[in-house]
Ligand binder design. Structure first.
Ligand code: NDP
Ligand code: GDR
Length: 372
């Protein structure tokens, strides 16, 4: 039975990858951080009681800032495959916590690679690094492919650039099967609530049910190449099943604006929006409402307002990936379109919003976190 170790198992990708590997028959180990409240919601459905004989899903307390901890876990598990998905992954937050972001995202990768080397696992343990389209930042070429030069635009992207190169370096220097997946944005109903797609689907669903009144947005002109996390974790695994380690861009090859994503999400709720004004004066006004998914919304309501608080000190305006290498060498093609994904996310968040609204209606004031 193959063993995998996933850092970031409690995150969006970690949870889908764990499901995927369990289905493939792997024993799956994950590193979770100690938190003062439960942080395993995304993997609770696959959790197995450690007392159960032959449990194939095991969680270990740990942190990418703690090398002795990482070395101990690696020496105990001796995994066939390591997926380094753990990170302070929010670009805007990285401007507020740049040093911590560097410690986790850059040094954390080095710590893991060093642990593999220190334990003599170079020839037995394969390593996947969660690299990112943010490396392209101020884009030098459209669309971006494996050979496009990098120009990172945030402390997050700069930290990830170190992680990218140290992965390449350990491959070249020590012969470790180590590779980078340069993944473009990928989303799902499990996406963190403060990333733009989930902020939109969750915010609009809450507004539709009368739990919130307005969604405050940053740069709605930003263009992204969005795919579904389920498709992307499949490719993470495929990259570790080759004869030779190589780096791959993973993307859909299609881009849309944040504004377009808002329009799709609103349409899923039966709401037609018109955008008025420009820049910080831009707002999204309801033109009409059809169906029964948005009982709390009426024509004339202002649902979207631009708040410069969400602008970034340096923005990545446009990203568009070229996944042809992944397609030709590995036969990977994404199966879920961005529109299908948007519909799935809205349906999921509408169910949650309806549950909250129902509790509220019956006097059980559900705490809806307004954290953005
Ligand atoms: P999430 O933010 O959903 O998950 C990040 C995971 O990392 C969580 O499990 C989190 O734990 C964990 N983590 C954070 N800090 C530490 C730390 N100090 N030590 C150990 N674990 C830590 O990210 P995604 O699942 O969306 O992304 C997975 C990886 O892929 C990340 O590295 C991200 O940077 C990268 N990436 C993501 C893309 C995307 O569009 N989703 C695109 C390209 C790259 P906790 O749950 O406790 O917070
Ligand atoms: P990104 O994702 O920065 O691309 O990083 P995010 O969804 O946060 O932003 C995408 C674009 O939307 C614009 N935007 C807003 N973003 C947020 N979060 N909130 C807003 O209110 C808002 N309004 C507009 C942003 O300015 C940006 O241009 C994600 C993360 O998952 C990284 O870890 C990963 O490496 C990259 O994707 C690829």
């Amino acid at each position: 039975m193959k063993k995998a170790l996933i850092t970031g198992i409690t995150g969006q990708d970690g949870s889908y990858l764990a499901e995927f590997l369990l289905e493939k028959g792997y024993e799956v180990h994950g590193i979770k951080r100690r938190a003062s409240s439960f942080n395993t919601q995304r993997v609770d459905h696959i959790y197995q009681d450690p007392h159960v004989e032959n449990a194939r899903f095991k969680l270990h307390y740990g942190d990418l800032t703690d090398s002795s901890n990482l070395t101990r876990i690696l020496s105990e598990v001796r995994p066939d495959e390591v997926y380094n998905l753990g990170a302070q992954s929010h670009v805007a937050v990285s401007f507020e916590a740049p040093e911590y972001t560097a410690d986790v995202d850059a040094m954390g990768t080095l710590r893991l690679l060093e642990a593999i080397r220190f334990l003599g696992l170079e020839k037995t343990t394969k390593f996947y690094q969660a690299s990112t389209s943010e490396l392209y930042g101020l884009v030098q070429e459209i669309p971006q492919k494996e050979t496009t030069p990098f120009h990172p635009r945030s402390p997050y992207a700069v930290a990830k650039m170190y992680a990218y190169w140290i992965t390449v370096n350990y491959r070249e220097a020590y012969g470790i099967y180590a590779c980078n997946g340069i993944l473009f944005n990928h989303e799902s109903p499990r996406r963190g609530e403060t990333f733009v797609t989930r902020k939109i689907t969750r915010g609009l669903a809450n507004i539709a049910q009368g739990l919130e009144s307005c969604l405050y947005m940053g740069n709605m002109d930003a263009l992204r190449d969005w795919g579904h996390a389920k498709d992307y974790v499949r490719m993470q695994w495929m990259m570790l099943q080759q004869d030779q380690p190589e780096d791959f861009v993973i993307a859909t090859g299609v881009q849309y604006s944040v504004r377009q994503f808002i329009e799709w999400s609103a349409a899923e709720l039966g709401i037609t929006l018109r955008f008025e004004g420009q820049g910080v004066d831009e707002k999204g006004v309801v033109v009409k409402v059809e169906g029964d998914k948005a009982p709390a919304v009426k024509p004339g309501d202002v649902l979207i307002v631009v708040d410069p608080r969400y602008f970034r000190p340096a923005e990545v305006e446009t990203l568009l990936g070229d996944p042809s290498k992944a397609k030709s060498k590995l036969g990977w093609i994404p199966e879920i379109t961005v529109q299908e994904m948007c519909a799935e996310m809205v349906a999921h968040d509408l169910t949650l919003a309806r549950q909250h609204a129902l509790l509220k209606q019956h006097g059980y004031e559900a705490a809806v976190s307004l954290e953005r």
